[in-house]
Ligand binder design. Structure first.
Ligand SMILES: [Fe+2]
Ligand SMILES: [Fe+2]
Length: 296
């Protein structure tokens, strides 16, 4: 029997994503809006109102304890005015991605907890972007939201192998990334990178997805300083998300902040501890967002 090369195996799983409904054009329209500093509140309102089911999800999230628009509004316009375009972008992109990438739960991997992990990583990425002066915060949010998207593709199209990886990670008390390495399996980082490349996401987002576990690699001669910074931001945000223990992404160990990133981004211990405390307070109500999306 002919054995397939790793490259062929990646190609097979990426080709299978043709079976998924394509991401709605609203994702790309939102990306264009958030990157247009001249875009008006009305442009966001028109875009979101065009899709009644998205509008409903946006309102549910906006009314959750985390975003907390006062007075339980049923008006997209009011939600946008109160929250501002950056937060409305976060809400709309999260609701769209969440709605369009559905999968069944398995013994080791529950989708709701997975999206919770992804959403918290997105919020941590955005806050780290602020802290580390990375200008494109919406890009940081999107990279955090999608950093583990390869896992959901794995779960949908190769659940047997994915279950094996999660079982190994949980039994051996290691990370999914280490489990993938030890089992010589395909990697969720590479699957996520290739799938998002097919979906035409911006290059810096693709790189952050591909390398969010490669702490020890120095990419400075391959990528721009901003691209390296975004990789570090998403790597740290993922670690933070595990430290805060909100959501679940196939394993539950906590990792120390890698020294390589500390040095590259010049983060002192005190600065990190202060940041962590602030973030913990800020994210306390974040679970209400997923709860609001899943309520009937
Ligand atoms: Fe990951
Ligand atoms: Fe993760």
């Amino acid at each position: 029997m002919r054995t397939l090369s790793t490259e062929q195996m990646y190609q097979i799983i990426v080709d299978k994503t043709d079976q998924l409904p394509s991401l709605p054009s609203i994702v790309y329209e939102l990306l264009a809006l958030v990157n247009d500093s001249m875009a008006s509140l009305k442009a966001y309102e028109d875009l979101i109102s065009r899709d009644p089911s998205l509008a409903l999800q946006v309102l549910k999230m906006a009314n959750s304890a985390f975003y907390g628009v006062p007075g339980e509004t049923d008006s997209i316009q009011k939600a946008i005015t109160y929250l501002g375009t950056e937060k409305i972008y976060q809400i709309a992109i999260t609701a769209t991605v969440f709605e369009n990438l559905e999968a069944d739960d398995s013994r080791f991997f529950r989708i709701r907890e997975f999206w919770q992990h992804s959403f918290v990583t997105a919020l941590c990425s955005e806050q780290l972007a602020l802290e580390l002066n990375f200008e494109n915060r919406s890009s940081a949010f999107l990279s955090g939201l999608l950093h583990d998207v390869g896992k959901i593709v794995f779960q949908i199209f190769n659940s047997e192998s994915w279950n094996q990886i999660c079982a190994y990670a949980q039994q051996q008390e290691t990370s999914v990334f280490d489990a993938e390495n030890n089992l010589n399996a395909l990697k969720h980082t590479e699957i996520g990178y290739r799938v998002c490349q097919k979906w035409n996401f911006p290059k810096e987002v693709l790189l952050a997805i591909r390398h969010h576990h490669d702490y020890d690699k120095d990419f400075s001669s391959h990528y721009s300083a901003d691209q390296v910074k975004l990789i570090d931001i998403v790597s740290l945000a993922n670690i933070l998300s595990h430290t805060l223990n909100i959501g679940h992404s196939g394993y539950n160990i906590r990792t120390e902040v890698p020294l390589e990133i500390v040095e590259r981004q010049n983060i002192s211990r005190k600065r990190w501890v202060d940041f962590l405390m602030r973030l913990r307070d800020q994210l306390e109500a974040s679970e209400s967002v997923m709860a609001s999306l899943l309520e009937n």
